[in-house]
Design a protein around this ligand. Structure first.
Ligand code: SF4
Length: 373
């Protein structure tokens, strides 16, 4: 059964009701043993878990240090292009937004790489808008080898590709793919994605399985919190993660927890996720899955980021630009969203060290790729 079929068969209304009816006893049971338990995750994400946030945070911090040590993985996004053939009403790159469009050429890519390398990063996230013809597989193949010459770990956050497309990129050095569903509610998804290939909810939902079958080392899932009920969207992301870990156990998994940020022509959050709610999600997922990587971008403000490192976050970006060519030529008119943590890399590293955490610049090498089972 594919995850698309799995989600269709899930009695979502009944599940949502059960989540909102969870009791203190359910939460206490989950606190003592939640690993791998979807009902435990449901309880920890429920309103009934709010009074237990302190206990959840202590347990999450302990599990995180036990599994990951006193370290935080560092990565940086490099925006290849802001061209996009989709309309997503929460994103500055939406096709209808009047902004200067750009796609990096090889020389511009080299300039960005030189700056990022000088800042110490060895793990890179390549990002682009979703434009099949102008920023498609041929373009990625032309840029990836240059990137891979300089970075030991290369992730991509681009439009969903075919299984062969992913396989081709793996052969050129791709290590990880981040592909966020935005919301697991098909009706809400339809309201926010009004034009372009991204309207196809099911194709996007099935992408993680194609990515895993293509032999990608790490797969990132994510929800854009603010589009729909965050408790239930987070729970469905947990179901997706659980499904993938059982079906495609050779890949590693990570999650991102972005909240809606202001952007050019963007919408305001319909269902705002508070800082407290964000903490609850991080802790719930850590208790559910101690080995899960959880990343946090510069969308969140400095003070909050510094507080969250200890709870369950394993990977962060720092000194990010969200515009193509933005490291060499910052312009602030081509951004995907506004950055809330504007500190330099050095300032973020100092903040980590002040908490006894060591920044790690290199991600794992995907040793098993191209090996037979
Ligand atoms: S979220 Fe992605 S697909 Fe949607 S407009 Fe922005 S860049 Fe394009």
């Amino acid at each position: 059964m594919s995850f698309v079929d799995y989600l269709q068969a899930l009695p979502t209304e009944r599940l949502k009701l059960a989540q909102y009816s969870a009791t203190s006893a359910d939460v206490e049971r989950a606190l003592s043993s939640c690993e791998g338990s979807l009902s435990g995750l449901m309880a920890l994400l429920s309103p009934a878990a709010e009074p237990y946030l302190e206990s959840m945070a202590q347990r999450a911090a302990q599990l995180t240090r036990q599994r990951f040590g006193a370290t935080i993985g560092m990565y940086l996004p490099l925006y290849l292009s802001n061209l996009c053939a989709n309309e997503c009403d929460y994103c500055g790159f939406s096709m209808g937004n009047k902004l200067k469009r750009k796609r990096l050429n090889l020389e511009e890519l080299r300039q960005e790489i030189a700056i990022i390398k000088r800042r110490g990063f060895d793990s890179l996230l390549l990002v682009s808008g979703e434009h099949e013809t102008k920023v498609g597989i041929d373009y990625f193949v032309s840029m990836l080898p240059e990137v891979k010459r300089h970075f030991s770990f290369v992730a991509m956050e681009v439009q969903p590709l075919s299984e062969d497309g992913y396989r081709c990129l793996v052969s050129h050095g791709l290590d990880a793919v981040m592909l966020y569903q935005e919301t697991y509610n098909p009706q809400v998804y339809r309201q926010h994605h009004t034009r372009g290939n991204k309207q196809d909810f099911a194709y996007r939902l099935a992408s993680a399985e194609r990515i895993a079958r293509a032999g990608v080392d790490k797969i990132g899932l994510g929800v854009l919190f603010g589009l729909d009920d965050w408790r239930f969207d987070a729970l469905l992301m947990g179901h997706h993660l659980h499904y993938l870990e059982h079906q495609h156990w050779r890949s590693r998994y990570s999650i991102s927890l972005p909240r809606l940020r202001p952007c050019t022509g963007g919408v305001q959050p319909k269902v705002a996720l508070s800082d407290k709610g964000l903490v609850q999600i991080i802790c719930a997922f850590r208790l559910f899955n101690p080995q899960l990587e959880i990343s946090l971008s510069t969308r969140e403000p400095a003070a909050l980021r510094d507080h969250l490192y200890r709870l369950g976050i394993t990977h962060i970006s720092a000194g990010s630009s969200t515009e193509p060519g933005g490291y060499a030529h910052p312009q602030t008119q081509l951004d995907q969203f506004e950055i809330a943590d504007n500190r330099s890399v050095e300032q973020v590293v100092d903040a980590l060290k002040a908490q006894g955490l060591t920044p790690v610049w290199k991600d794992w090498e995907a040793g098993w790729i191209n090996q037979s089972p």
